[in-house]
Design a protein around this ligand. Structure first.
Ligand code: SF4
Length: 406
């Protein structure tokens, strides 16, 4: 990603907050709440969701919503897509799509895999799209006035938000003035800087809750923030889709084989009578080595999670920095913070969330239906020409589209 896209846009956030004609809607990614405290003397992994939301309200946000709701939406679509691929013969394995650095890496170096990458948009992109549509309509807000801001651990998200296809809300309204779904993306470190710039006393910030409608989280969505979390979350909902039974068995609410910092992990998952082979890779070198091995090993997988940062998003480039050897312990503490939270949620699976049920019933219809296709799915582009090798562009990779080719 070029340096322009990695530049801080914190000044734009402050301008939006100061503008009385703007409605500022801020979403926070799962990994932020277990790292934010490090900027104020807390131990890594301290789960500070209430203070995080309270800080954003104190800083002037009109609405604070949860990227975790977008993560549950991602799982509803991605697990449905996986089951559809399994039922219709592929292409398999399906790869996850929520890490923009992995997606761009595949677009440049492994474009032949693009039809296998899930067409579901990232959790942040989904949350932003429904903020300017479903949420705006329900709250009576003018989407042209909304400034949609994402606080997240990821420097690559700054570039993802600017990809031309990231304007589903504008296409939904057929109105270009609505702009991009996510207007501004700032990192956890920039958020910490913002709190310090405004001289907020972090200790005395009053805890607060997310706004409802697109603010509910589940155990499945909170573990999106670490390696193996998307896989485990997807398996919990895939179990329901395949077997019709709920809740998922204990093995799927603690899928041990895909947890932890090992660079590549594999598991065999039983979804009733269906047995899936899954894999998880995190960190650029592990991803590259895994894909190169896959070319020659002939190994079969059904579903593969890819995260570019070691440890997943808890180790993102926008998180508070720690030096080796403490960095690994810090990541493990952040991961523990997310899994501890997961174990204590009333709802552990995306399909159980009452707000998820409501958005499908009242707005989206069914997963993979027309409206989710328009708002929650995306396409990828073969960018291998950057390497000087021209390959055919893959214009349409969403299997919910009539133009989709296997
Ligand atoms: Fe961003 Fe890293 Fe998470 Fe990928 S793994 S979405 S690059 S923070």
């Amino acid at each position: 990603f070029d340096s322009m896209h990695a530049r801080s846009e914190l000044h734009l956030v402050k301008e939006a907050i100061a503008d009385p004609n703007k409605i500022v809607v801020i979403q926070t990614a799962p990994a932020v709440r277990v790292a934010l405290g490090e900027g104020f003397g807390y131990e890594p992994g301290s789960f500070l969701e209430g203070k995080m939301v309270g800080a954003l309200r104190a800083l002037g946000a009109d609405y604070v919503v949860d990227t975790n709701f977008g993560a549950d939406l991602t799982i509803m679509e991605e697990a449905s897509e996986l089951v559809k691929r399994l039922q219709t013969g592929g292409p398999i394995p399906q790869f996850t799509s929520c890490c923009p650095a992995w997606v761009r890496f595949a677009e440049i170096y492994f474009p032949e895999l693009l039809p296998q990458i899930s067409s579901t948009r990232s959790c942040i992109a989904m949350e932003a799209a429904v903020a300017k549509t479903y949420f705006a309509e329900a709250k009576g807000l003018n989407p042209k006035q909304i400034v949609s801001i994402s606080v997240n651990p990821c420097t690559a998200k700054k570039a993802e938000t600017k990809r031309p296809e990231q304007n589903a809300a504008a296409r939904y309204y057929n109105d270009e003035e609505i702009g991009m779904d996510t207007d501004i993306s700032i990192t956890t470190r920039e958020f910490i800087q913002w709190i310090k710039d405004e001289n907020l006393d972090f200790e005395s910030i009053e805890e607060s809750k997310f706004d409802e409608l697109i603010g509910q989280e589940t155990g499945a969505s909170i573990i999106f923030g670490n390696t193996g979390g998307v896989m485990e979350a997807a398996m919990r909902t895939a179990y329901k889709l395949v077997t019709g039974q709920e809740p998922p068995p204990v093995a799927l609410t603690h899928l041990e084989d895909v947890r932890g910092m090992q660079g590549v992990k594999e598991a065999t998952v039983e979804l009733g009578d269906l047995t899936l082979k899954v894999a998880v890779a995190h960190g650029g070198k592990n991803i590259r080595d895994f894909l190169n091995d896959l070319k020659t090993s002939g190994k079969h997988y059904d579903f593969i999670e890819m995260m570019a940062c070691p440890g997943g998003c808890i180790g993102g480039g926008g998180q508070p920095r720690t030096k080796l050897p403490q960095a690994v312990k810090t990541k493990e503490a952040r991961i523990a913070g997310l899994y501890d939270a997961d174990a204590n949620y009333e709802f552990r699976s995306s399909f159980e969330s009452p707000e998820i049920k409501a958005i499908y019933k009242n707005f989206l219809g069914e997963p993979l239906a027309h409206k989710p296709h328009e708002l929650l799915h995306t396409t990828y582009v073969d960018r291998s020409e950057i390497l000087g090798v021209r390959k055919d562009v893959v214009p349409e990779t969403c299997p919910t589209s009539p133009k989709f080719k296997k």
